[in-house]
Design a protein around this ligand. Structure first.
Ligand code: 4NP
Length: 173
């Protein structure tokens, strides 16, 4: 009985997820939109804070790359996020800080203030259930197929992430 009660309580606890990529105009705003749609469709949007940020400030204030927006729109996503660089306070605020590739993960570990915040850093593709990939490739200098591939991977990974939170969300407290 008690474990059941505990599980119910933790289900309602707010989960804060921050997606990270280099410029915060392609992969991480796309991940944010995919995850937001999943939690909304499940009727659980009020339990989640979902945001994204970049490791560089070069595109600060910009909307998502027009190519990413166009590919997102074809699958019914609207990208409204404006690029912002990650802040030290993000490491305290968010429960999960999820990078897209080796370079993102390495930089996040170097920026992380301490071991507690270090444990929040994850790789997007560790949540994939269908795709056999170890990173979300940067589409910025490539063609249309790269942007489609990003959405394919993120849709798989975000479903896995949502399921992981349902199963393990209580461990984030
Ligand atoms: P993102 O893609 O990290 O997925 O947002 C990029 C955006 C901008 C640049 C590189 C990657 N850039 O070099 O400006």
């Amino acid at each position: 009985m008690l474990p059941m009660l505990q599980k119910c309580r933790t289900f309602e606890a707010m989960k804060r997820i921050l997606f990270i990529c280099l410029g915060n105009i392609c992969r991480s705003p796309m991940a944010e939109a995919v995850m937001r749609r999943l939690v909304e469709e499940a009727g659980r949007a009020s339990e989640f804070e979902i945001d994204s940020a970049g490791l560089i400030s070069y595109h600060e204030g910009e909307e998502a790359d027009p190519r990413m927006q166009a590919h997102a729109r074809r699958r019914g996503y609207r990208l409204t996020h404006r690029s912002r660089p990650i802040r030290e306070s993000d490491f305290r605020r968010f429960d999960l800080i999820i990078g897209m590739d080796d370079s993102n993960i390495g930089r996040l570990h170097r920026l992380s203030p301490d071991l507690d915040t270090d444990r929040k850093i994850h790789r997007m593709t560790e949540f994939c259930r269908e795709k056999v990939v170890d990173h979300v490739p940067d589409p910025y200098y490539g063609g249309a197929q790269g942007f489609e591939n990003v959405i394919d991977i993120l849709e798989d990974a975000c479903q896995g992430l949502f399921q992981w939170i349902i199963d393990n969300g209580h461990t984030l407290q």
